[in-house]
Design a protein around this ligand. Sequence first.
Ligand SMILES: CC(C)(COP(=O)(O)OP(=O)(O)OC[C@H]1O[C@@H](n2cnc3c(N)ncnc32)[C@H](O)[C@@H]1OP(=O)(O)O)[C@@H](O)C(=O)NCCC(=O)NCCS
Length: 182
Amino acid sequence: MSDEITAHPVAWPPAPIKTARLVLRQSEARDRAALIELAASPEVGTYVGGARPRDELERAMPEVPGRRFGFFVVELDGTTIGVITLDRRDPERKGHIRPEGLEPELGYMFLPQVWGRGYATEACAAALDWFVDAHPGEPVVLSTQTAHEASMSVAAKLGFTEVERFEDYGAEQWLGVCSRAR
Ligand SMILES: CC(C)(COP(=O)(O)OP(=O)(O)OC[C@H]1O[C@@H](n2cnc3c(N)ncnc32)[C@H](O)[C@@H]1OP(=O)(O)O)[C@@H](O)C(=O)NCCC(=O)NCCS
């Protein structure tokens, strides 16, 4: 997270964002177990650096995790099923659309038991709409491994188009960009 994004005069947290099936909202203490589950799941970690040991997570995770600008918890019928992030992309990383980096970047992570039902795409679309209202005209980037077919599919459905491919973390990565209008 950079000062640039937090310094923008946009109220955070926003009122909970409702979609047809989901609610996006700021994290609460009651989300901790689901956030540990996400970070400890080998399936979730397959293309994002692997799972972390559960006992380490239990020790290290704050009582209210994810309390920061752009971090949305996604809820289905009162149950936490995933998270969406809008952070500034680290200039030290490969893959940018401008020399100074710090582009707004979309991230998403859902529990395996809810994959394949369109929830990730539905929630990301709502988060992008919120972002467009807050930062009109600013393109959002997304980076994923090309081998991660489900993630590539989410990116395409959201309207991200390819900027470049590059090697990082020992795998081919894809950088996409999306300029969304309301
Ligand atoms: C990436 C990830 C979020 C994708 O989840 P997902 O459930 O496959 O994605 P979606 O929500 O778009 O659902 C996809 C499928 O739901 C199906 N679906 C079922 N009911 C649907 C509905 N009502 N509406 C829309 N799609 C529906 C679609 O057929 C779609 O498949 P398709 O893309 O082949 O057409 C998930 O794999 C994940 O959390 N992975 C671990 C974390 C990770 O790697 N994140 C990416 C970091 S870059």
